[in-house]
Design a binder for this molecule. Structure first.
Ligand SMILES: [Fe+2]
Length: 688
């Protein structure tokens, strides 16, 4: 579809955006001279469509309430073929940020853009790319990333991504970067209070004028607090260069609002309180700093957020999905809706969801869960699989026959979830939107981008030899996460729809776990049926510490269960990540590997029923991932860098640990997908 000028002006007006019309190209007439110091957070673009994209910058002025910049969009980096210009309003009300929807562009094109103030002071030049037209069959490629922490790490994974992309042929370059959250960490540390954490030196990034202090973390309590954290992150040269090179498509994870928060509840360690005003503040800061096609109650205008007035009130009046209908909660969580879908050529429908605004408080976090007891350390983060399944399913457990009690070892607790609806992360309204999108998708690949991992994170502590440690209190397997790993019913509902509607090409990409995972989307695992309906990938963090780093620094050398997590090889600088083997092969393989150091002997003891859903796990990997989609194949590449504990001086972003590709041919409805792995370079260690 192409719009004529009148239709376009109407559409642009309906979207409430500044608009640009791409008529004939002509040379720039502005006297632009680059002044990066006046645009300290750089430039960005977001949510590309085949004919339009949102452009962003921040230009603070020392006085006044607002100013108007000009944005120019050109077909060349020298701005000799400018195809669009538009005014861009920056105002103190939006922390001097602006968002301009530029439409009337041509599909699958690289464009260059820059902002100029009335004095001719210009931003750096940004590069952006429109989506291919809906029926364009060319292969598409994008990167997905998550979890960048400038307070305790460095972001040169982006430098490697830029280096490789600049050298790739145009057809193999990235079209956009999908950022799956933890773009910022709202938990700020100060170097004089804590010098190091794990292998990291704490870096000075920002001082919050007001904060709640929990341990060594300072949590923002104002809009200005969140804004100041975004500004600090965008002054990181690697993050800023990445935003200037590609359009980003962003969704938040937890840390854009609150570490352990949910709906409008702030929770971080011992700090826990209703925080509608802060949920609105974090939404406003996200709106201001992430150019995206969002919706908000004040209308479609992109100039200002116009926050609703809310007061902090307890989250009362929960419906059966755990959604609080307390009016301030609803006003706060509905002040910004970010779940959305993007079409990108013939092969990609991308659906991205919000995992925090509508979620039910996990049943493990209710006071009633106290009675369930906890497994022996360091298995304390594991819980018996059947307990998680009973709590998750509520009244729907076992076809509507939930037990009256839950038994863990010797402990018997009333089943406090017996009459309750199943656990939900998406919430009813968002889930219904998502399932509709899935049903309606006609692209070859239907990709669900969500911030949380979906692959079950289980182990087989029931196979530990007697007498090694306290007896495992469960009936069988353990599960270790309250993300989608433990959201059995909701995952099952989505996967059942995929199966029943005969949907092929279903793939899921996620972040959050600070680790690389590849595998299959399956509702259940042995001893239940294992029937995968899609493929799924989780990307390692850009920089945040992962579980392996935490274990290296905290797990005692002489702990009897150390072999399940760390393999100490004679002469090795660091232990190997046995926890990867634990997830893929089970406790017997780990114990054998610790005993003999013989990888083949260890893998011969693999428990085949443990993890048929997993092809790859690296709980110690950092870096980024790319997805390439064509008419016949999905291929996901993990690009893993060494632990980014120091700034990498090399222009190419430094060395790689490994590069691994998992690909699957497109399967037919009713067929199961099959992944094939290729290690392109480096050594993924015990991940396989
Ligand atoms: Fe994270």
């Amino acid at each position: 579809m192409t719009l004529d000028r009148r239709q376009f002006v109407q559409l642009a007006a309906a979207l409430g955006a500044s608009f640009a019309w791409s008529g004939g190209a002509r040379a720039s007439s502005l006297r632009w001279r680059e002044r990066r110091d006046l645009y300290p957070e750089g430039v960005a673009s977001g949510d590309p469509a085949y004919d339009s994209v949102i452009l962003w910058t921040r230009r603070p002025f020392p006085s006044g309430d607002s100013a108007t910049l000009q944005v120019e969009v050109a077909e060349d980096e020298g701005f000799r073929r400018v195809v669009a210009t538009a005014p861009a309003l920056v105002s103190a009300a939006s922390d001097w940020t602006c968002r301009v929807l530029v439409a009337g562009l041509r599909p699958a094109r690289v464009y260059w853009y820059r902002f100029t103030d009335s004095g001719g002071n210009g931003s750096r030049i940004g590069r952006t790319i429109t989506a291919p037209a809906d029926r364009d069959p060319r292969p598409v490629k994008f990167a997905f990333v998550s979890c960048q922490n400038i307070n305790e790490g460095f972001q040169h994974a982006y430098r490697r991504m830029i280096f490789e992309d600049e050298r790739a042929p145009r057809a193999e370059q990235l079209g956009f970067v999908l950022h799956l959250g933890d773009f910022i960490y709202e938990v700020v540390q100060y170097p004089e209070e804590i010098a190091t954490r794990y292998d990291r030196t704490i870096v000075e990034i920002v001082r919050l004028a007001e904060s709640i202090k929990v341990g060594n973390f300072h949590l923002p309590v104002t809009l200005e607090g969140y804004r100041s954290i975004y500004r600090a992150y965008l002054r990181d040269p690697d993050i800023q260069d990445a935003r200037a090179r590609w359009p980003f498509v962003a969704i938040w994870d937890n840390h854009e609002f609150s570490w352990q928060g949910w709906q409008s509840m702030l929770k971080g360690g011992s700090a826990e309180r209703p925080a509608q005003s802060l949920k609105v503040a974090s939404n406003q800061a996200w709106f201001e700093y992430q150019p995206a096609r969002i919706s908000k109650p004040s209308g479609p205008g992109l100039d200002r957020f116009d926050p609703p007035a809310v007061t902090d009130a307890p989250l009362t009046d929960l419906d059966e999905n755990g959604l609080s209908h307390e009016p301030n909660n609803l006003a706060a969580i509905n002040s910004l809706t970010v779940y959305r879908a993007l079409r990108y050529g013939a092969h990609l429908d991308l659906m991205i969801t919000d995992q925090y605004s509508y979620k039910m408080l996990h049943p493990f976090n209710l006071p009633e869960a106290e009675g369930l007891g906890s497994p022996p350390r360091p298995l304390a983060s594991f819980y018996p699989e059947e307990v998680g399944q009973i709590l998750d399913a509520g009244r729907t457990y076992d076809g509507g026959n939930p037990p009256d009690t839950i038994t863990v070892g010797e402990t018997v607790t009333p089943n406090y979830r017996k009459d309750k609806a199943p656990y939900t992360i998406l919430g009813a309204r968002q889930k219904s939107w998502f399932l509709d999108q899935l049903r309606q998708s006609r692209a070859t690949w239907k990709v669900w981008g969500n911030s949380l991992g979906v692959l079950e994170n289980r182990a087989d502590p029931q196979n530990l030899p007697d007498g090694l440690t306290e007896r495992w209190p469960g009936a069988g397997y353990s599960n270790a996460a309250v993300d989608y790993s433990g959201a059995y019913t909701e995952r099952g509902e989505i996967y059942d729809l995929v199966r029943d509607a005969g949907i092929t090409g279903f793939a899921i990409v996620s972040g959050d776990r600070h680790s690389f995972w590849a595998g299959y989307a399956a509702k259940s695992l042995p001893p239940k049926a294992f029937e995968p309906v899609g493929v799924t990938f989780i990307t390692g963090s850009i920089s945040s510490p992962g579980q392996v780093e935490a274990l290296e620094n905290t797990l005692a050398r002489d702990h009897v269960l150390r072999p399940l997590f760390m393999a100490d090889r004679p002469g090795a600088e660091r232990p190997q990540a046995a926890v990867n083997m634990l997830m893929r092969h089970g406790v017997r393989s780990c114990l054998e590997y610790a005993r003999s150091g013989d990888l083949e002997a260890a893998r011969a003891l693999s428990n085949p029923a443990l993890a048929p859903h997993l092809e790859f796990v690296d709980m110690g990997g950092h870096g980024y991932s790319t997805v390439r989609l064509s008419s016949g194949e999905i291929a996901t590449e993990f690009v893993c860098i060494p632990r980014p504990a120091a700034r990498e001086p090399r222009h190419d972003g430094g060395p790689l640990r490994y590069r691994v590709v998992h690909s699957a041919p497109l399967w037919r409805a009713g067929e199961r997908p099959r992944l094939e792995r290729r290690v392109i370079e480096g050594d993924p260690g015990l991940s396989i």
